[in-house]
Design a protein around this ligand. Structure first.
Ligand code: NI
Length: 185
């Protein structure tokens, strides 16, 4: 299975609204390639426009290794979401540090809804509904934004918090969360 090339900010593929998928089964090969692409770089989420396919498909997971001790969340196995729809369950937003494979080396502090309801179909066309909080909710909002041509800097309210990882100093990473931050508490 081929590893797909992930395009970077500035590529027109990241700027358009992706088309709804008509036949989820037709996306099985693409979904497999996207998962393998993520595994090859130990990453957790990717939207089809990032590999230059203008279709409403997202692949993501919440790995156990990403969940800080004391967080109230369970790992989520690899999930393929076709035509996902995000509905905020709370108007409250909390900023969280995030990054994107299409903006390598950067972190941004982005307000996201604390809790969302997510509906999607899987690759067999079966409908699913999930409630997600905190980091899980952020990841889904981030990935689904790609389907509408939105990159995280466009959601930022304080652009001074767009930061190169290389400026963070010795081994420090914004990508290490406290349990409360991870849960959106
Ligand atoms: Ni991204």
């Amino acid at each position: 299975m081929p590893i797909r090339r992930i395009v970077l900010m500035g590529n027109p593929a990241l700027q358009r609204v992706a088309d709804p998928a008509v036949n989820p089964r037709d996306l099985a090969r693409l979904a497999e390639d996207m998962r393998e692409t993520l595994e090859s770089i130990d990453a957790n989420g990717l939207a089809a426009p990032q590999v230059e396919v203008p279709t409403r498909l997202v692949i993501y997971r919440v790995p156990a290794s990403r969940i800080p001790q004391g967080a109230r969340q369970e790992p989520v196995p690899w999930t393929a979401m076709v035509n996902p729809v995000v509905e905020p369950l709370s108007e409250q937003k909390t900023p969280i540090w995030e990054r994107c494979l299409s903006l390598p080396g950067l972190y941004g502090y982005v307000p996201r809804h604390n809790e969302i309801r997510l509906t999607f179909t899987d690759l067999d066309g079966v409908r699913h509904e999930r409630v997600a909080k905190g980091w899980h909710a952020m990841l889904i909002q981030h990935e689904c934004d790609h389907l509408d041509g939105v990159l995280y800097p466009m959601r930022m309210t304080d652009i001074t918090k767009l930061t190169f990882a290389s400026e963070l100093g010795d081994g420090k990473s914004f990508y290490s969360y406290s349990a409360a931050e991870f849960d959106g508490r």
